[in-house]
Design a protein around this ligand. Structure first.
Ligand code: THU
Length: 135
């Protein structure tokens, strides 16, 4: 795990955050089991519900190159927030059982969590089964 590299990616993405409405800039970076790093920033929309968080942006970038297992997640924001519920559910689709999450504030302080502790009782059911593991 290389947290400094993830932090660098997330900070660079945060610089590109498009947050004209909230002014709250977020950057995220994820490391996959393949050893690749993907980043994302929040992209807001005049129709506020169209806003995409930084974390989900990084997952979309990952999926587009075919990686499917997230080893670790880093989020950087003004005050070190944890991912929102919707992002946790999206991350859960791909998070490895040992996935760790670091949430940095812009001052450099951070808290570290196990992903499973952030979403201990997330939606999960065998009733909706994957018919194609390759996705
Ligand atoms: N946001 C993120 O990008 N990630 C989070 O973890 C929390 C919230 C964004 C969404 C919106 O653009 C802004 O922060 C304020 O909610």
């Amino acid at each position: 795990m290389n947290w400094p590299i993830l932090l660098d990616y997330a900070q660079r993405a945060r610089e590109n955050a498009y947050a004209p409405y909230s002014k709250y800039r977020v950057g995220a970076a994820i490391l996959t089991n393949e050893g690749h790093v993907f980043s994302g920033c929040n992209v807001e929309n005049l129709s506020f519900g169209g806003t995409i968080c930084a974390e989900r942006g990084s997952v979309m970038a990952m999926a587009a190159v075919g990686d499917r297992v997230i080893d670790s997640v880093l989020v950087v924001s003004k005050d070190g927030v944890t991912p929102c519920g919707m992002c946790l559910q999206v991350l859960a689709e791909f998070a490895s059982p040992k996935c760790s999450v670091r949430c940095y504030s812009e001052s450099g302080e951070f808290k570290e969590y196990e992903f499973r502790d952030l979403l201990p009782h997330g939606f999960r059911t065998e009733e909706v089964s994957r018919t194609d593991e390759a996705g």
